[in-house]
Design a protein around this ligand. Structure first.
Ligand code: GDP
Length: 429
């Protein structure tokens, strides 16, 4: 969206065609040039930022175009990662373990492109935000085994070879050198000069890119289409815009790394069903972990529940035995144990305050809950493996996950917004 001269918000045609898949008549180069006037061009922002700017909230699952739809993203990748490009590049796919669904991810789309193109492609998987992993429980080996298992079970074959899964933290720089070392080795070995950086929105591509370019002195940006860039934001951070708001990098950014290598940063796919869709602005800062996640374990009795802020609720059925539930989510999400029979009342009274995020005032409660829409039940029956080993994890897409430990059978009900990504992982990470 951009603000027209009349001050109205309008969708950029190009963005509309690219992202929303709508047919628009392309302008000729001359017409584009005539229309383009850098002095009055306004920064292009995504739907989410547009809503934040105009309504003070993100459009929470209430309309078309709330995120870059998978179809638009797939189309964009298909146009960008042609067989020719795949055959001349090393593709770095970034994932974030807190927001990862192997079946519906950039990884899976690229896998399809590679399989269909028949080219010998080189893919390196960068698992970002390693600084957030609880180091006491998640060792790199365990995390890698988990990632490999997830991508295998989703039928993803493009991440082959030793060292092709790298754990990094774009924020602290941890592992970035090893990642780039591997990328450069692949480039040399396969005689390729392009790097494509692909991933979901908010996985941290811009942060990584800033870190990569930060060390180089001869970096040049090729801004390409006028709709791709936000000049002011570029200047202000000396590189790529990063934000808490998913989807704020639109269009492919070409970066000449100055040593014969060119890096392309692609727009982020917003995962359907990520809990991030139900929170906006400041709330995202609470939901997306900023510090190392400290796992917190609750002993949950049959007929009891854990309220995950106002976003979800985990109930343990009365016929189950007691179980341990360990939450791997941002420690800023307020978790409250309660009797299941009292849970609805508790939510009515404390939604937005004690049960947050979402964060809202009492008078906004009703409206906010309406926007969040109906909640639905996700039922899981998990066979315990005893007290020493977690039997399974349940992913809360975008928030993280929780593990379930105990003996006997646990019948769990996860009450969450309709469409929220709640999945069972048979093995615990
Ligand atoms: P993009 O949408 O993929 O370009 O993601 P950004 O680079 O804008 O990052 C999204 C959010 O994740 C920002 O709040 C970043 O500060 C944060 N972030 C990025 N990389 C890391 C990381 O390695 N660790 C942590 N803790 N946060 C990160």
């Amino acid at each position: 969206y951009y603000k027209s001269e009349k001050g109205e918000w309008t969708v950029e045609d190009e963005v509309e065609s690219l992202i929303l898949g709508k047919e628009v008549e392309a302008l000729s180069v001359e017409e584009e040039d005539a229309e383009y006037n850098p002095s009055n061009s306004k920064p292009i922002i995504c739907q989410r930022c547009f809503n934040l700017d105009t309504k003070g909230t993100t459009e929470l699952r209430s309309g078309e175009g709330k995120s870059i739809p998978s179809k638009g993203f797939e189309e964009l990748l298909r146009k960008t990662l042609t067989p020719g490009v795949l055959g001349s590049s090393v593709v770095v796919i970034m994932i974030d373990l807190f927001d990862f669904n192997a079946e519906d991810s950039a990884l899976s789309y690229i896998n399809n492109l590679i399989v269909n193109s028949g080219v010998r492609s080189s893919v390196i998987l960068a698992v970002n935000k390693a600084d957030l992993f609880p180091s006491s429980t998640i060792t790199p080996l365990r995390a890698e085994t988990y990632v490999r298992r997830e991508i295998d079970s989703a039928g993803i074959t493009c991440v082959e070879g030793q060292g092709s899964v790298k754990f990094i933290s774009g924020k602290t720089g941890w592992g970035v050198e090893a990642l780039m070392g591997k990328v450069e080795k692949e480039m040399r070995g396969l005689k390729r000069e392009k790097i494509y950086l692909v991933g979901g929105a908010n996985v941290g591509k811009s942060t990584l890119l800033n870190r990569i370019i930060g060390k180089r002195s001869k970096v040049k940006f090729n801004k390409g289409s006028k709709s791709n860039q936000n000049d002011e934001a570029f200047k202000s951070v000396g590189g790529v815009t990063t934000s808490n708001v998913p989807g704020t990098t639109l269009g492919v950014i070409e970066v000449d790394l100055g040593d014969g290598k060119v890096l392309y940063d692609t727009p982020g796919l917003i995962l359907e069903g990520s809990f991030l869709e139900w929170v906006g602005g400041e709330e995202l800062k609470k939901v997306v972990p900023k510090k190392k996640v400290e796992p917190v374990t609750y002993r949950v009795e049959p007929g009891s529940s854990l309220m995950i802020g106002g976003l979800a609720r985990i109930d343990l059925h009365e016929e189950s035995k007691s179980f341990l539930i360990t939450l791997f989510i941002s420690n800023e999400i307020k978790v409250h144990p309660c009797k299941t029979s009292k849970a609805d009342e508790l939510l009515d009274r404390h939604f937005g305050k004690m049960l947050s995020p979402p964060v809202c005032e009492e008078e906004e409660r009703e409206e906010r809950r309406k926007v969040m829409g109906d909640f639905e039940d996700n039922i899981f029956v998990i066979d315990g493996k005893g007290w020493k080993e977690a039997a399974a994890d349940v992913t809360l897409l975008g928030l993280g996950w929780f593990s379930v430990t105990g003996s006997g059978s646990a019948k769990l009900r996860v009450h969450a917004p309709a469409g929220a990504g709640v999945f069972l992982r048979e093995d615990s990470l």
